[in-house]
Design a protein around this ligand. Structure first.
Ligand code: AMP
Length: 545
């Protein structure tokens, strides 16, 4: 017997319809590429998303055709989130920090028909447009009078000129909720990138889950600053959850430096911000020497790579901001776990709580996770045993776009996505990432977590960034070394740093060496590129070898 409730597909257009109806005057503030601050409301967003949908119809785009963006976080990008997906096309957010060759490859692989870009990326588009034959319309996300006369890009039009003649009346089409809504290519460090193709259903369910109190806890009371880019896993789903909750949104545009972010937080009374550790590193680096404080920021969600405990402590103790450590992946829309304490943990001593907060957190309803050994047998949740982390759920990838399914079947025939992360899970269900499986250091048959070593190094006051990698060793197989960048003006010797590790980890896990580097290579999403670091240090030899 079927239930007798209304059957309505979960569609992204319903989010924007809801936001317009119930939070019509809710504010969306964006720093533009032009440098000024733009303000409008969810009502404006909804109307302009409909104009965009009409423009796409006029362009003759078919259902499920791909529309690409090369854009910062801002209101026009958000209009594309709703106008493109809402009208049944697929939004393809391209990461502009990738190599131009890789961008052209991705655009061709996705067969994008329209590509909309911020003016910051005009030189990039000028370099790649001739290599992208599927794109039949190039649109610059700017005012009509900001478009230079001769760009060399055939038929280039400004976004404003493109949508201006279009009506703001548009009936969002109804279709199967499993229809593709957006896509994002993984930032894979080797081989060609692979795409996760999200659906209206997966995106809407993720938006619901992300807003829950023990997840991102978004509400109409909040002013939310997603520093995490809209070109990387849909800014962790925040634009969708924002429409669902009606929170005020503040977009940083291209100004991602510590000073600009801090000023925006203060000016717009931001209560909640989301970003990767490298971004917050820059902001705290700007605030600390100047003795600056936050007036309204209360919580920040940090993920994308391990948040160093020193950063959690700095936010909490120096600035009164609660850090919510989160873990996820492009293939997971991205949220998998988030670290919030349980009721029984609230009275624990501060240092005990701190140990929990360092973990990547508890699974969100909708995400099932387990750790397994090399034979696929499930391992205990004791907080010590580590294994390969597998996940399953309605917003987790089943098959790569034009690719294969990476899923591993269990005895009941259920498919699990192998995350490539190695983790422990404790008795309370808190997961902690030990490492990417390819970054774990294998020393004398034992594993050393590079994240643990980096976390200790980052707690030293002179250290700005630390990356731990394994170096070949004839006896131990591999031994860890740690590459360090120093804070401006700070000094520390190799010996002092190695001594700093004493008593903080087992003796055999202490790195064999410290290498001082100018910069640690970062990937297109702010993650450390250890493959590149290994290449840079290919002539390095461990001391004594
Ligand atoms: P991406 O798909 O590019 O977002 O990368 C996903 C990967 O980033 C995960 O598989 C993890 O290895 C890593 N990652 C994300 N969040 C965290 C976190 N909080 N701590 C440690 N690693 C993380």
């Amino acid at each position: 017997m079927l239930g007798l409730m209304q059957s309505q597909p979960l569609l992204i257009s319903s989010l924007i319809e809801f936001a317009e109806r119930h939070h019509g005057d809710g504010e969306i503030v964006s720093r533009r590429v032009e440098g000024d601050i733009h303000r409008y409301t969810y009502r404006d967003l909804a109307a302009r998303s409909r104009q965009l949908a009409n423009a796409l119809d006029k362009e003759g785009l078919a259902f499920s055709d791909r529309v690409a963006t090369l854009a910062w976080n801002g209101y026009r990008h958000m209009e594309m989130y709703f106008g493109v997906s809402g009208s049944g096309r697929v939004l393809h957010t391209v990461n502009p920090r990738l190599h131009p060759e890789q961008i052209a490859w991705i655009v061709n692989h996705a067969e994008d028909q329209v590509l909309c870009f911020d003016m910051s990326f005009l030189p990039l588009v000028q370099a790649v447009h001739a290599k992208c034959p599927t794109v039949k319309k190039w649109v610059a996300l700017c005012d009509a009078d900001k478009l230079p006369a001769d760009t060399g890009i055939p038929g280039l039009i400004s976004y404003e000129a493109w949508i201006a003649p279009q009506s703001s009346e548009y009936a969002w089409p109804q279709f199967d909720e499993n229809t593709a809504s957006s896509m994002c290519y993984t930032s894979g460090t080797t081989g060609n990138p692979k795409a996760a193709l999200y659906s209206h259903r997966s995106t809407t369910l993720h938006a619901y889950a992300a807003a829950l109190p023990d997840v991102m806890c978004l509400s109409a009371r909040d002013a939310v600053l997603p520093v995490v880019p809209m070109f990387h896993v849909n800014a962790w789903g925040i634009p969708y959850s924002a429409a669902l909750t009606g929170c005020k949104l503040v977009y940083p545009g291209p100004a991602m430096d510590g000073k600009s972010i801090y000023e925006l937080i203060e000016a717009e009374k931001v209560t909640y911000a989301a970003g990767v550790p490298t971004v917050w590193q820059m902001m705290l680096g700007h605030m600390k020497p100047a003795g600056l404080k936050f007036s309204t920021l209360r919580r920040t969600v940090i993920g994308g790579s391990a948040c160093p405990p020193a950063m959690i402590a700095a936010f909490q103790d120096d600035f009164g901001v609660e850090v919510l450590h989160a873990w996820g992946m492009t293939e997971m829309s991205p949220l998998g776990t988030l670290c919030t304490l349980k009721n029984k943990q609230l009275d624990l001593p501060k240092d005990e709580q701190m140990k929990i907060r360092q973990k990547q957190g508890r699974a969100i309803f909708g995400v099932d996770m387990k750790i397994v050994d090399g034979n696929g047998s499930e391992l205990p949740w004791d907080g010590k045993t580590y294994g390969d982390l597998l996940v399953r759920g309605p917003w987790i990838l089943e098959t790569y776009y034009k690719g294969e399914s990476p899923l591993i079947e269990d005895a009941q025939g259920r498919g699990w996505f192998p995350t490539g992360d190695v983790a422990t899970i404790d008795a309370n269900g808190f997961m902690q990432i030990t490492d990417r499986s390819k970054d774990v250091i294998k020393s004398g048959g034992e594993w050393i977590s590079s994240i643990d070593i980096e976390n200790i190094a980052m707690a030293h006051p002179a250290v700005a960034m630390a990356a731990c990698i394994g170096m070949p060793h004839p006896k131990w197989d591999e031994r860890p070394i740690v590459a360090i960048t120093l804070k401006q003006g700070a000094e520390v010797t190799r010996e002092e740093l190695l001594q700093f590790f004493e008593g903080k980890t087992a003796k055999w896990q202490i790195p064999d060496d410290v290498v001082f580097v100018e910069a640690i290579p970062l990937g297109a999403t702010g993650k450390m590129l250890k493959t590149r670091l290994r290449e840079q240090l290919k002539d390095y030899r461990l001391p004594g070898l």
